[in-house]
Design a binder for this molecule. Structure first.
Ligand SMILES: *[C@@H]1O[C@H](CO)[C@@H](O)[C@H](O)[C@H]1NC(C)=O
Ligand SMILES: *[C@@H]1O[C@H](CO)[C@@H](O)[C@H](O)[C@H]1NC(C)=O
Ligand SMILES: *[C@@H]1O[C@H](CO)[C@@H](O)[C@H](O)[C@H]1NC(C)=O
Ligand SMILES: *[C@@H]1O[C@H](CO)[C@@H](O)[C@H](O)[C@H]1NC(C)=O
Ligand SMILES: *[C@@H]1O[C@H](CO)[C@@H](O)[C@H](O)[C@H]1NC(C)=O
Ligand SMILES: *[C@@H]1O[C@H](CO)[C@@H](O)[C@H](O)[C@H]1NC(C)=O
Ligand SMILES: *[C@@H]1O[C@H](CO)[C@@H](O)[C@H](O)[C@H]1NC(C)=O
Ligand SMILES: *[C@@H]1O[C@H](CO)[C@@H](O)[C@H](O)[C@H]1NC(C)=O
Length: 343
């Protein structure tokens, strides 16, 4: 369907990528912890403010978060977990080298409490563990994450500002998930830790489903990403860093073409690419703002969408990846389109 005038025409492609593990029929990011494909370093504040009860709770939380994950050194779609504690100083308890035994090693009560808090040190050591774990190009393509469990936050008097360090880490494409353990009810920790976290990934143990939050809204979101910089991930709101991600990637094709040629050119961009569908207002809005941002020209915008008249079934149909059946137009209630023209 040609949506409006022809002048300068762009393709908007959606590549429905097999995000991380080849099963994303549903455009929402899949969240099957057994298929998690990540390198994660858990950074634990074992200072006195966390206390033994806090540490027990943290240990239980970590074991539960990764209970279903395939934690192993074996390459492939597996997860590696490292453990760092920081109190008086940052200590590496596991640097990915002994992963098979990791679950038995979460006996955090054994760690000594101290009175000082070195947030930046914990982060910086975690970054080192992640970098060393990649020596010789090992697991170069695996996404990386740091989970910080902390009961206290100190930014002053540190050699490095934790917020600044966290920014650098995030620029390196490492996600930071924070779990605030507000042991003594003295607010503030959650908000302070949120400054370190990847937007949308600051959680607290006051949430009854902390484990679920870390899994669904933390690890699974980080596990769901678009390949390279050429593709932009479809999210619940364009330009909002904390927006929920979908298992779909967008790319603007700058090929001036008629609809059929545009459709084919789009499919050639990637095996699973197809002209964009706009099933609902949110998706249309995203595409609109994406187009606006990419072209930086004033609207109204002219681009091809994946809606066309399907002769065999005598109805309008939305494009899908090459090996999947098209979706009838009548299956979605969103239909702000002008009458179509037959090509
Ligand atoms: C998660 O993935 C595993 C391994 O691929 C599979 O056996 C299991 O059925 C999946 N679980 C769900 C809920 O899809
Ligand atoms: C874990 O991953 C390894 C390497 O890919 C694989 O051989 C093994 O079957 C997986 N284990 C489970 C329980 O999925
Ligand atoms: C955990 O560590 C404490 C202190 O070292 C010890 O008493 C306890 O037996 C350990 N628990 C387990 C399950 O290993
Ligand atoms: C904890 O550390 C302090 C100071 O380093 C030390 O005096 C104390 O004995 C340690 N406690 C345990 C249980 O190791
Ligand atoms: C991890 O630690 C072990 C023992 O502490 C060391 O032998 C190994 O080289 C380290 N591995 C990495 C990748 O840093
Ligand atoms: C459309 O997207 C923009 C940019 O993401 C957002 O600010 C706006 O609220 C959205 N509008 C609707 C109706 O969703
Ligand atoms: C919009 O485009 C600019 C310049 O091309 C880019 O730097 C920026 O990241 C884009 N904004 C979003 C939200 O993608
Ligand atoms: C379209 O809707 C019909 C009726 O609800 C359903 O049977 C069919 O599976 C849907 N088709 C697709 C491709 O989703």
């Amino acid at each position: 369907m040609r949506v409006s005038l022809l002048s300068s025409i762009f393709l908007v492609c959606f590549g429905n990528f097999h995000l991380a593990y080849g099963q994303s029929v549903d455009p929402k990011c899949a969240c099957n912890m057994s298929n998690l494909w990540l390198d994660v370093v858990v950074v634990i504040d074992n200072s006195q403010s966390m206390g033994h009860d806090g540490l027990n709770e943290v240990a239980a939380s970590i074991v539960t978060v990764f209970a279903q994950s395939n934690i192993t050194q074996a390459l492939g779609q597996t997860t590696r977990v490292g453990i760092v504690t920081y109190g008086e100083s940052a200590v590496v308890h596991d640097n990915f080298s002994n992963n098979e035994k990791i679950l038995q090693k979460y006996n955090l009560t054994a760690f000594n409490d101290t009175r000082t808090f070195i947030d930046a040190m914990g982060l910086s050591v975690a970054k080192t563990v992640l970098d060393d774990g990649r020596a010789n190009g090992k697991r170069d393509n695996v996404q990386r994450a740091i989970i910080v469990y902390a009961s206290h936050y100190v930014s002053q008097g540190q050699e490095k500002d934790p917020v600044q360090l966290a920014e650098q880490i995030k620029e390196d494409d490492i996600g930071i998930i924070t779990a605030a353990f507000n042991q003594f009810g003295g607010g503030g920790v959650l908000a302070e830790l949120a400054k370190l976290a990847t937007p949308g990934m600051a959680f607290s143990n006051t949430n009854t489903d902390l484990v679920g939050e870390i899994q669904r809204n933390g690890l699974c979101q980080l596990n769901c990403f678009c390949p390279g910089i050429a593709w932009t991930q479809y999210t619940s709101q364009f330009g909002l860093a904390s927006a929920r991600r979908f298992g779909l990637c967008l790319k603007l094709g700058d090929i001036d073409a008629m609809w059929t040629a545009a459709k084919i050119a789009c499919q050639h961009l990637d095996n699973s690419a197809y002209l964009v569908s706009e099933f609902n207002r949110a998706k249309h809005n995203f595409t609109y703002h994406f187009f606006n941002n990419m072209t930086n020209i004033p609207g109204p915008y002219i681009y091809h969408i994946g809606l066309s008249w399907d002769v065999p079934s005598q109805q309008w149909m939305w494009e899908q990846p090459a090996n999947q059946p098209k979706i009838p137009f009548t299956n979605s209630s969103y239909a702000p389109w002008n009458p179509g023209i037959f090509l």
